[in-house]
Design a protein around this ligand. Structure first.
Ligand code: ZN
Length: 320
């Protein structure tokens, strides 16, 4: 039953499950012709995206509104923001009021890089993803939580020193190369610049229809990321040029890792609000969020997607 397989109930919060069951029952009982009609007429339910921010060595007060805006403009998401205590060493009572509701979410997006969350929140996120929820990591969110082993497992590579774990890069043939811990560079980046992104798995739902190579708007090009790096599906890389104080390697920009029944989608681009206005960034984060939540992508690749030669930003005031 092709349609029934679409509704993997454990992935959905219970309050969605009832309506999904109703739709599934409709598919199951209708004739072929009616099935198609029902599929066309069925309203696509908005995905609940829980965005977490509150501490970051980046300007999260500027970047969260950019993320929220382009995600909601796709029409596919309803975004709820959960903000941690913003001051370091906040009183415990303030942390007690940080109660992100994972049970209501289809996908969690982290724009957070700060103090370790209370254990109940850590366990909540682990359970959410293990039970089939999606997790999306943007830029410095992968700098967070070196002391949280399950988080390191989920992100695979993070902003850590070279003694922390292995490094994963791609060679000129697109094959993964592991550099053992202690060897080679740790995490870093050169000066911000526009750079070329190479798609490494064009069959992946998020990357289908995206040009094989395209120019990303001004950003930091992360290199030397470290971690357990297990089960990494590298979807896109960028060449870290020595001329830009880089490593001379193809560094992973976008990857995903399974965790239990869930999917963790990491995109290390997005240093600042202007980097996030890149149409390429927005397309990949939106499609990645949809895919992490559902395993499918319906969002289109926009016509103004960057090309191999030219950046493209959703901001009339930006220099292109
Ligand atoms: Zn940055």
């Amino acid at each position: 039953m092709k349609h029934a397989a679409r509704f993997r109930l454990p992935v959905f919060p219970m309050r969605l499950a009832a309506s999904c069951l109703a739709v599934a029952a409709c598919f199951l009982t209708a004739g072929t012709q009616h099935q198609a009609a029902a599929a066309d007429a069925a309203p696509t339910k908005k995905l609940q995206l829980l965005l977490i921010d509150g501490q970051n060595n980046h300007d999260w007060r500027k970047t969260t509104p950019v993320l929220k805006s382009f995600l909601e403009q796709t029409g596919r998401f309803e975004v709820t923001v959960a903000t941690t205590p913003t001051a370091k060493n906040a009183p415990e009572a303030e942390w007690d009021s940080f109660q992100p509701d994972f049970s209501a979410a289809d996908v969690v997006l982290s724009n957070y890089n700060g103090e370790l969350w209370p254990e109940r929140v850590q366990k909540g996120l682990e359970k959410f993803v293990a039970d089939g929820g999606g997790l999306v990591i943007v830029h410095a969110a992968n700098n967070a939580f070196p002391q949280w082993p399950e988080f390191n497992e989920m992100i695979g590579l993070g902003w850590r020193g070279n003694s922390f774990g292995d490094r994963v890069t791609l060679d000129d043939n697109g094959e993964q190369v592991r550099t053992p811990k202690g060897e080679g560079p740790g995490a870093g980046h050169g000066p911000q610049h526009a750079f070329s992104v190479i798609i490494r798995d064009r069959r992946h739902p998020v990357m289908q229809g995206i040009p094989a190579e395209w120019m990303h708007f001004r950003d930091e090009l992360y290199h030397g990321q470290r971690g357990p790096g297990q089960n990494m599906h590298v979807l896109a890389t960028a060449y870290s040029s020595p001329e830009q104080r880089g490593t001379g390697a193809h560094e992973p920009m976008v990857w995903w890792i399974p965790f239990g029944k869930g999917r963790v989608f990491t995109n290390v681009m997005g240093h600042a609000d202007y980097s996030m206005k890149c149409v390429g960034f927005q397309t990949i984060v939106a499609r990645g969020s949809e895919w992490a939540a559902t395993g499918k992508v319906t969002l289109p690749v926009p016509e103004n997607f960057p090309t191999a030669e030219k950046t493209s930003v959703n901001d009339p005031n930006a220099e292109n």
